[in-house]
Design a protein around this ligand. Sequence first.
Ligand SMILES: [Zn+2]
Length: 613
Amino acid sequence: MDEKKKIADIYIRVSTLDQAREGFSLPEQKEKLIEFCKSKGYEIHAIYADEGISAKDDKRPAYQQMINDIKNGTVNVIVALKLDRLTRSVYDVEKLMKLLEKYGCDLDCKDDDSNTLTSTGRMCIRLTTAFSQNEIERCSERTKFGMVGAVKAGHIPNRTPIGFKRIDKKLVPDELTKDIIIRMYDLYLEGKSYQGIANIYNQEEVLGRTNWLDSTIQKIMTNELYKGDFVHGKRTKHPQYYEDVVEPIVSKEKWNACQYQTKRNARHYERTATYLFTNKLKCSVCGNFLGGKATTKRKSGKKYYYYKCEKCRTNYKEDTIRDGLLLQLYDLIRKDNLINKYYTPFIKHKQEDITKDYKTELKGLEKQEERIKCAYLNGVVKMNEFDNELKSIRYKIDNINKKIKEIKQCENFNFTTNDLLILEDTETIDTFVNPDIFLTNILNLTNASREEMKRIIGTYIDNIEVNKVGDKIELLNIVYRKSFLTDLVNYHNNYGVPYNFNIFSDEKGFKIPMNHEAKTSLEAKEYFNKLQDVVSKNSLKLNYYETEADSKLEDISFEPNGDYEQILRLIVLSDSKNYNDKTLRLGVITLDLESALYSRLNRKEQPNELCNI
Ligand SMILES: [Zn+2]
């Protein structure tokens, strides 16, 4: 497009964690990129390097110098190894892209095909930023206050709250107790009350305690420390807000979602837990949340639930709304199961070995146990104090042992990102090929108890906009829980687990999963072959298409080859053959439904194994 000479800033970065990884040292990155610039004919203006710095935000000295170069028009292309060298935050990618566009600067990444020069490259960036809207909303909620050195360094005054521990005065998440906190937030989002959570914790004697109160839970749920922030002098006239001062235990999204839920609960307080959609249905006309109502048929004694907009006087049957949601819920549960079964072990496998830290901690706790026993025997502590202290220590010891065992189990997992994708695709094929299994699952979901259904809805759905045309109920806008989505995206950004960007759908309205990372035709073929090994042969096809994409990459269309074909997956192809910056090259994997069903009927019923790994 641009015939002007390209003048480049090279940006390289290495975090402390990366330094151990191969091919990521600063000299290596530098060498590769200088070579890359030469091959592309870019003149190099400057090389900026941030060392030992993570890319969770853009407050990095060298990065900011590069930004200045863009603003001054000194350079017109930024060169990096991968997009994740520039930033790991979806929000910052979006910010950078806007800036590049404004100042007419390009981006060219050597290793991950993200660039602004070709359709394929722009598609790769689009897939990265597809999620950014939520991040932007989150950012605007933030308020900035001045920072004080000690607080900034994580030295928080006051007592050490549950879930944290102190290392050299610094507050850090306590691996042994932080799960108690995370679960508390999850339970709350599922619709449990403070009292409800306290009851569960008392029953299970969490931390060896039986004195959990609703006020304890409330205090924890509203403490900013758990999302990483600190408010000094909370009850004074001039509280000081410090942002991101400790490592958070729950994400900002999750924490905020809980506060929002509290507000909504206060507005629309319904005592019974039996309404599936308490505070979740929004009237499309006036925007009010709907209140639940129930009537009992006198003859049968059966209860009927419905929701009403008091302002517009419209009624909505609960059953109809639930039925309209089933498919989406099914999909979310499937995704969640996949995460728990395969992604979590995959992530744990990728994490650094923390077994050693646990073992040191275990020794410390055992010593503590000895000390408290001595103190009791010498009459220093009283019986009930001794009992509580001992229970709490034992609880932590049990927890460590459990975690060590978990890590040991994960060591046997040897997944690659492709294996995880294959698992997903195989499951999708199963739903097309085995309608009976699919139907049974849906039926099970329909027959779930009201309590269970409420929990499922609470886990995934934030709110739904409902509309009524005549007798027909429409679900206009289903908003998922932000925390669920951000977790997925963060796993994706940090560990490379697949996150399907369903930004396109076929003409029947089915969402089409699209790979986040571009592949070469050869890699696409390899993936396809692997997938064919797992599912029935002959029913899958891989075709390559060249499409003319519109400039915003919102619409792509191509003429598929077969009749009864279901698109399974789109893969952006990054081969540089036939280089043309306007063409988007796609690998499209399709399933021939007819032949897939046919081969299944001719096959003896086999155990439905997912994948042999
Ligand atoms: Zn209304």
